[in-house]
Design a protein around this ligand. Structure first.
Ligand code: F6P
Length: 376
């Protein structure tokens, strides 16, 4: 690769708190440290096809660090390899990757920084195979991108979900109810596990541990026998009963194109049939994606953004920046990078050996399996 003079940047997939911190970090370090110019594409890959972009300057990124969302706009419907361009009046999806590459050439873009989850990394990997110089930055509240131990947005989502569980506690206790909160995360239980433990949920159901309704019922009844006439259940949207399947709508052909939702309402209906206690459910939904990023997500986004520019300046491309240790742990945070293709190998799930699962059990939390339902 020749000397870089100009880079592009885009935010693919759904938004996550901390995106603006990344955009700011990439833009500032590219301009101030490298003397490059930066082109921001609007609405993910869509802007590369439709030609919606703007030059990002120091002025454009001023004041955006604490803001949620993304100043560039996002789209989780745009795959340039299969895109229906309504602005061009097309009726069927078509491969627009050559248009994207031509756009980069026409604009003099030497490399592109792509901020996104596993779907965006898959697209980026395909573009890299066609000769585009790419650096990926992992993003998702779900914390499930393979190749990194943490993604920005996760901490903010956990904070929001924990606050919701705290609030449910007071009303559940007053009304002696079983309250269920359905949390995001697709096929991974990271948000539900961290927020469930942090909020003191009594039952935590994650996709990695299919749950037994009998175990859930027993836990609620045991609590009542011991004098606690309310129960908080944190359930991940991708959780499923041992004898059932996940609840989702299919919105595309790719494995990451599933729209989850409904397990909370399902659980409410099933428990209502079994219990004397009143059962209610809420879905926290996109509130988990909104709002100001936490200081941790701002710092993480800033680190990942500056490291992405450092990689490009060193001539490294077609890699994704990553964190090699969980910064919520005791150890220091180490930056590293992995080949883009690593992020495309399916979601990163909560390992069954995760210490927080062990701690949850020690706190007498029911995880929906037999081990979590033992009576004492
Ligand atoms: O991947 C992030 C995420 O928020 C998931 O937790 C959730 O299932 C999905 O996106 C919702 O996406 P949409 O924006 O399509 O509703």
């Amino acid at each position: 690769m020749g000397k870089i003079q100009r880079i592009g940047i885009l935010t693919g997939g759904g938004d996550a708190p901390g995106l603006n911190a990344v955009i700011r970090a990439v833009t500032k370090s590219a301009i101030l440290e490298q003397g490059w110019s930066v082109i921001g594409f609007r609405n993910g890959f869509e802007g590369c096809i439709t030609g919606e972009f703007e030059e990002l300057t120091l002025r454009s990124v001023r004041g955006i660090l604490p803001r949620g969302g993304t100043i560039l706009g996002a789209s989780n419907r745009c795959n340039p390899f299969s895109f229906q361009n309504t602005s061009a009046g097309e009726t069927a999806p078509r491969d627009h990757s050559a248009d994207v590459i031509k756009r980069f050439d026409d604009l003099g873009i030497d490399a592109i920084v792509v901020i996104g989850g596993d779907g965006t990394m898959s697209i980026s990997n395909e573009l890299a195979r066609k000769g585009v110089q790419v650096i990926g930055i992992p993003k998702t509240i779900d914390n499930d991108v393979r190749g990194t131990k943490v993604t920005f947005g996760f901490d903010t989502a956990v904070n929001t979900a924990t606050e919701a569980i705290d609030k449910l506690h007071t009303t559940a206790e007053s009304h002696h109810r079983v309250m269920i909160v359905e949390l995001m995360g697709r096929t991974a239980g990271w948000i539900t596990l961290y927020a469930g433990v942090s909020g003191g949920a009594d039952i935590i159901l994650i996709p990695e541990i299919p749950f037994d309704l009998n175990a859930v019922q027993e836990k609620i009844e045991r609590r009542a026998r011991l004098g606690s006439h309310f129960t908080i259940i944190a359930v991940a949207e991708g959780a499923r009963p041992v004898d059932g399947t996940q609840i989702y709508q299919k919105i595309g052909e790719e494995w990451y194109q599933k729209r989850y939702g409904g397990i909370g309402a399902w659980l409410e209906a099933e428990l209502d049939k079994r219990l004397d206690q009143e059962v209610r459910s809420v879905v926290l939904g996109h509130l988990q994606r909104g709002g100001e990023p936490t200081p941790r997500d701002r710092a993480l986004g800033t680190m990942l953004g500056t490291f992405a520019v450092d990689l490009l300046a060193n001539g490294d491309t077609n890699r994704m920046v990553a964190i090699s240790r969980d910064p919520m742990g005791q150890s220091s945070t180490d930056m590293m990078s992995v080949p883009l293709v690593v992020a495309t190998r399916g979601p990163r799930h909560v390992p069954l050996t995760h210490p927080l699962l062990r701690s949850a059990r020690a706190m007498d939390v029911c995880l929906g399996d037999v081990a979590g339902s033992t009576d004492d």
